[in-house]
Design a protein around this ligand. Structure first.
Ligand code: HPA
Length: 265
């Protein structure tokens, strides 16, 4: 039990959650939709990241979505903020301590495929981590040699695809490549990523997936495509575009996540 989990259970109750969720850039609105919700700002939770643009990195909310008890992180910390790939470890340990057997990770990402334009949703099938970074560096137990085959659970991915199908929404599938950021990729890096087999690029999720697998959590992940990769159009990339395109895709994203969560009832 982490100190944060202790504190959360004192207010939100002991009933285990069925799922943990991490909402990425511009995707946090779902956090307002939980019923019987108890919210905890990260700054009140021991070990949680306290950075973030305005000093509010985010909040953890425990409550019900589609009748399923979940713990949701609205906001996350990224490697590029402090240079710590394990920055989310206490938060993930807390989700596990709250009883979550599985985790849905979400992010905003750049697409390497013109057939998957901004506004598309992509279920991750796998990832590429050529960053040289790993959140388990320094971990001293043999558990550090974490298996990463089927890191993104085929069962959970099938649930995501079912949910999309039920909604009549397309859901792409693909490989996500992690770049540390915070600068965007160069056009040459994007060309290299395509050759290496990536379908999308982004600055989060990979260290969280590694930590979650290390902790024994099942993982599903969805990217909201906010732009084509650097150099694929004439336009420069910007964080404003990431935020506004993520907001534009909220409707589809929320519907998918709700239906996926509902499958845990
Ligand atoms: N690159 C990296 N991260 C991103 C991008 C991108 O093109 N779009 C949204 N997040």
């Amino acid at each position: 039990m982490t100190d944060a989990a202790d504190l959360i259970r004192k207010t939100a109750g002991d009933a285990p959650v069925s799922l943990g969720l991490i909402l990425g850039s511009g995707l946090g609105a779902l956090g307002e939709e939980l019923e019987n919700a108890h919210a905890f700002p990260f700054e009140d939770l021991p070990g949680f990241p306290v950075s973030g643009v305005s000093g509010h990195a985010g909040r953890l909310v425990v409550g019900e979505l589609e009748g399923v008890r979940v713990a949701l992180l609205s906001g996350r910390a990224h490697y590029y903020e402090k240079g710590d790939a394990a920055v989310m470890r206490p938060a993930l340990e807390t989700l596990k301590a709250l009883g979550a057997p599985a985790l849905l990770l979400t992010n905003a990402a750049g697409s390497l495929d013109e057939q998957m334009p901004p506004g598309s949703l992509m279920a991750l099938t796998d990832h590429i981590n050529y960053s040289g970074l790993n959140p388990l560096i320094g971990e001293e137990t043999d558990a550090r040699f974490t298996n990463m085959v089927d890191a993104y659970s085929p069962d959970l991915r099938a649930r995501l695809l079912d949910a999309a199908h039920g909604l009549g929404q397309p859901l792409a599938e693909g490989v996500y490549m992690w770049f540390s950021g915070p600068s965007f990729e160069t056009p040459a890096e994007i060309r290299a990523a395509r050759i290496l087999g990536a379908d999308a690029v982004g600055m989060s999720t990979v260290p969280e997936c590694i930590l979650a697998r290390f902790l024994g959590l099942e993982v599903a992940a969805v990217s909201v495509i906010t732009n084509l990769g650097a150099g694929m159009t004439g336009a420069p990339l910007s964080h404003d575009e990431t935020k506004s395109e993520a907001a534009a895709a909220q409707q589809k994203f929320r519907a998918l996540v709700r239906r996926f969560v509902g499958s845990f009832k």
